[in-house]
Design a protein around this ligand. Structure first.
Ligand SMILES: Cc1cc2nc3c(=O)[nH]c(=O)nc-3n(C[C@H](O)[C@H](O)[C@H](O)COP(=O)(O)O)c2cc1C
Length: 354
C-alpha cells in the first residue's frame, strides 16, 4: 500500500508531483486554538526555497503557501489543515534526455522497476520538491511545540564534503547560504562549491538538528520509540543515507564510563545519549545528525542503461542542486518537529501529562 502519511495523532499526508499543477499536505490532528497565519508557514518555506543562492538549483519556485481549511480568524479550528503550494516553474525539458535511461544514484531505476511507468514531467514523487509540504506542516508543529513547551528546533551544516564546519554560533546560521554555524568558513565553502560546479560534479554533507526544551517522557518503550520515530522520519527525507542520535556511531569506540551520562542533583553532566534513553526523551536536548549523499544528477558522464537494457552514458544537464545538503537543514528541522509534536500528543493522550 502507498505510504504518504507521517504520524499517529498529528498526521501529515503529502500529495502532488514536482511538475504537476500543485503540491501540498493535509495536516490532521492539530489541536484547536493555535494561532496560525500564512506568514508563520511562509517563513519556513522561504528557508527551503530553491534559487536563493548560486550554490543551489536555479529552479525558481515562489513556494507560496495557501491555507485552504482548518484555520478561522487566525486560529486552528481542530479541522484538517489543508496546505496548497502551486508549482510555477515546471520546465520539464530539463529532464527530456533522461526519459529513456536511468541516472546512477537516482530513483529512476527503482521507480521503473516498481511502477513500470515513468513520469515524463521530471522526478515525480522522487523529487525533493515534495519536501516543501513537509516544511509547511513542520512550521505548524514548531509553532505548537514553542507555544506548549518553549521548544526550539534548529539545525546547521556541520560538514560539506571534506570540510568540517565547527559550531561557533547560532547567530551565524541564518546569515549564509550553507547554514554554517561559523561564518569564517563560508569563503572556503564557496570556493569549494564553485570549483565543484565547474567540474559538473556534486558532493555530500552532514547536517545536525537539535531540539531544546523537549519535555521528558516522549516516546514509547518498544515500537514507538522516540529515536525510532526520528530515524524513520529522517530516512524518509530524500538523499539521507545515515541517521545518528547523540554520539551515534562514535559510541562504538566509547566505554560505558564515558558514554553513560552521569546524573547529578542539578541535571545530567553530559549528553552522549542525544536526549533519549530507552526510547523516551530525558528532557535533555535531542541531538540528531544526518549523512546526506551527493546529488545524482551531475554533468559528468556516468555509465548506465536504457530501458531496453543497452549500455549508454548518462549526463544530466538542467538545474540541479550540486549539494542537496545545503537545502536540507529546514526540512530536517520540520521532520523533527512533526515527530516531537506527534509524540507529545500521544503522551498527553496516554499519560495525561500537561
Ligand atoms: C533539498 C533536496 C534537494 C534535492 N535536489 C536534487 C536535485 O536537484 N537533483 C537530484 O538529482 N537530486 C536531488 N535531490 C535528491 C533526490 O531527491 C534523491 O536523492 C533521489 O530521489 C534518490 O533517492 P534517495 O537518494 O533517497 O535514494 C535532492 C534532495 C534534497 C533533500
Amino acid at each position: 500500500m502507498s505510504a504518504n502519511t507521517l504520524g499517529s495523532l498529528f498526521r501529515v499526508t503529502n500529495f502532488g508531483e514536482s511538475h504537476g499543477p500543485a503540491i501540498g499536505a493535509v495536516v490532521d490532528g492539530c489541536p484547536p486554538g493555535l494561532e496560525l497565519s500564512v506568514e508563520d508557514i511562509q517563513l519556513e518555506l522561504d528557508r527551503r526555497r530553491p534559487g536563493t543562492s548560486r550554490h543551489v538549483t536555479q529552479r525558481q519556485e515562489a513556494d507560496q503557501v495557501e491555507i485552504l481549511s482548518g484555520v478561522y480568524e487566525g486560529k486552528t479550528t481542530g479541522a484538517p489543515i489543508a496546505l496548497l503550494i502551486r508549482n510555477t516553474d515546471q520546465r520539464s525539458k530539463d529532464y527530456g534526455n533522461l526519459l529513456e535511461t536511468f541516472r546512477p544514484g537516482h530513483a529512476d531505476y527503482t521507480y521503473w522497476r516498481k511502477y513500470q511507468h515513468r513520469d515524463p514531467r521530471g522526478g515525480g514523487r522522487s523529487s525533493a520538491r515534495l519536501t516543501a509540504p513537509t516544511v509547511a506542516a513542520g512550521a505548524i508543529a514548531k509553532k505548537w511545540l514553542a507555544a506548549e513547551f518553549k521548544t526550539v528546533i534548529r539545525g546547521y551544516m556541520s560538514q560539506l564534503g571534506p570540510i568540517v564546519i565547527p559550531f561557533k554560533s547560532w547567530d551565524d546560521v541564518p546569515n549564509n547560504p550553507f547554514y554554517a554555524a561559523d561564518a569564517a568558513v563560508v569563503p572556503e565553502l564557496e570556493a569549494f562549491m564553485d570549483a565543484l560546479r565547474k567540474e559538473g560534479d556534486s558532493i555530500g554533507a552532514r547536517i545536525e538538528v537539535i531540539a531544546e526544551g523537549v519535555p521528558a517522557g516522549l516516546g514509547e518503550p518498544i515500537y514507538g520509540r522516540l529515536d525510532a520515530d526520528i530515524a524513520y522520519a529522517m530516512m524518509g527525507l530524500n538523499a539521507v543515507k545515515g541517521v545518528e542520535i547523540g554520539d551515534g556511531f562514535e559510541s562504538v569506540s566509547q566505554r560505558g564510563s564515558e558514554h553513560g551520562d552521569a546524573i547529578l542533583p542539578d541535571g545530567f553532566a553530559s549528553n552522549h545519549a542525544g536526549g533519549i534513553l530507552g526510547g523516551i526523551s530525558s528532557g535533555q536536548d535531542i541531538r540528531v545528525s544526518l549523512a546526506i549523499k551527493p546529488t545524482s544528477s551531475i554533468r559528468i558522464k556516468r555509465p548506465s542503461i536504457t530501458q531496453q537494457g543497452e549500455a549508454v552514458e548518462v549526463q544530466t544537464l538542467g538545474r540541479h542542486d550540486p549539494c542537496v545538503g545545503i537545502r536540507a537543514t529546514p526540512i530536517a528541522e520540520a521532520l523533527l518537529a512533526i515527530v516531537l509534536m506527534d509524540q507529545a500528543l500521544r503522551q498527553r493522550a496516554q499519560c495525561g501529562q500537561w
